[in-house]
Ligand binder design. Structure first.
Ligand code: FES
Ligand code: FES
Length: 181
């Protein structure tokens, strides 16, 4: 009998949750996703839990660590603080982005690997997205500008030196390739 009562409560809760769902259309890495979500879901929750795109990491959930960084219309944002509904109409790029069709993203990832900027790797997706945003706006940043761009991105492993070197390397490689074409 108790079991039946609990079951009825669950059905009520479930239908209440269903009632809160709203349709949302998100353009992520060039692919449109039409989904139904609760309006209070963050972009990070939707990416990871609704769409299974777990490359974007969650750590603090409070805008302090940068692991959840994605690009919205080319600007880096903390997806843990951004409501998914507000990302409608914007181009969202995540670490799963089209590396094949995005030479900058591909080069940045290669430079991170070559320069030893990846250790445990947990901060890496956020760092790569921050680097992509920086190099799109400023292809030849100074060390100081790189360090400024990384404010709010925490790494417990590398001491940041290799990460800065990786971004400098990506900048150089991209300039060489640009001048060669
Ligand atoms: S999880 Fe978003 S800033 Fe830390
Ligand atoms: S490589 Fe481990 S937190 Fe940055």
């Amino acid at each position: 009998m108790a079991k039946g009562r609990i079951g009825a409560e669950n059905v009520g809760t479930e239908s209440a949750i269903m009632k809160d769902l709203i349709p949302v259309s998100l353009l992520i890495n060039g692919v449109r996703h039409d989904i139904a979500i609760q309006p209070w879901r963050t972009l990070l929750e939707v990416l990871r839990e609704n769409l299974g795109m777990t490359g974007t990491k969650r750590s603090c959930g409070e805008g302090q660590c940068g692991t959840c960084t994605v690009l919205l219309d080319g600007k880096s944002v903390n997806s843990c603080l951004y409501l998914a509904v507000e990302a409608q109409g914007k181009e969202i790029v995540t670490i799963e982005g089209p590396a094949d069709g995005d030479p900058a993203l591909e080069q940045i990832q290669r430079s991170f690997a070559n320069k030893g900027a990846v250790q445990c790797g947990f901060c890496t997706p956020g760092m790569v997205m921050a680097a992509k945003s920086l190099l799109s706006e400023n292809p030849t940043p100074s060390e100081e500008e790189i360090r400024e761009a990384l404010v709010g991105h925490l790494c417990r492993c590398t001491g940041y030196v290799q990460i800065v070197e990786a971004i400098q390397d990506a900048s150089r490689q991209m300039a060489q390739k640009g001048s060669a074409t």
